[in-house]
Design a protein around this ligand. Sequence first.
Ligand SMILES: C[S@@+](CC[C@H](N)C(=O)[O-])C[C@H]1O[C@@H](n2cnc3c(N)ncnc32)[C@H](O)[C@@H]1O
Length: 300
Amino acid sequence: MGSEVLRYLNPRPGATIVDGTVGTGGHSLLILPHVLPTGRLVAIDRDQTALQLARKRLTEFIPQVTFVRENYRNLSAVLKDLRIPRVDGVLLDLGMSSLQVDCAERGFSFSKEGPLDMRMDSGQEATAEALINELRADELAMIFETFGEERFAKRIASRIVSERRVHPMTTTIQLARLVVEAVPPRMRHGRLHPATRIFQALRMAVNDEVGALEGVLGLVSELLNPGGRAVIITFHSLEDRLVKHAFAQGMRDGAWTVLTKKPVRPSEEEVAQNPRARSAKLRAIEQRSGLGALGTCPEP
Ligand SMILES: C[S@@+](CC[C@H](N)C(=O)[O-])C[C@H]1O[C@@H](n2cnc3c(N)ncnc32)[C@H](O)[C@@H]1O
């Protein structure tokens, strides 16, 4: 959603922008020419490989870019370290990148044989394998229901728990096969592979994706300059609801103006080129000028 990001983020010469999910740098590459010659971009990702690729892709802009391997939920601390009090734009493009899903060894894909890993940050301890083999059936079912909206969550969780007593779960294909066996036969050959929602839910749990989003949503108003903008692209209804409600609350509090009454969707052309974009929803706000933006009382 490159053109939509530019339209709503509105990067200007001299602006300081945070790309909190730089990935391989696609959006940053579009943003940077607009902030030249004096602006800068803070490029954050928790994935070391993504950051390395972004660094290569953004080589021509290197003096303007600061790369930081961090969780965007720690954005306040990142900006404090860089001595940047406030910024003019924050972009978050949530979810996983093609780089992650296409790499079998990362374990994000149910169609590629790999370890049950799914960590975006390889320095983190908890893996999908640990959750699948160690959580109780009710805990697994809760993850599948909450993050995957999976109808057969309990059934799949109980099947996992019986299987792992005999064969510990270690690979993506092993889990995908078991999910197929656990759902009713009529569900096995639908449009959506039965393991789709289970893998999505596990990934979201392993990386505490909802926790990170909730954390950053609480920071946005204190980090944006007046007139600064935040643009968030989600791929999951739960995340979109969180963004929608936080944005509406900030508007009621007088912190910002919501720029997108309805979520902005990718064009048909983009979905045709990149089917993964089909569930993307973009929402944006603009920080109000003046005291209202801070929600605090003036100094006496
Ligand atoms: C959809 S991709 C972003 C793609 C990017 N906009 C581009 O144009 O290349 C999402 C990226 O966000 C990163 N990510 C997800 N959650 C994160 C978090 N809490 N903190 C930092 N990075 C995160 C992932 O590692 C992944 O690289």
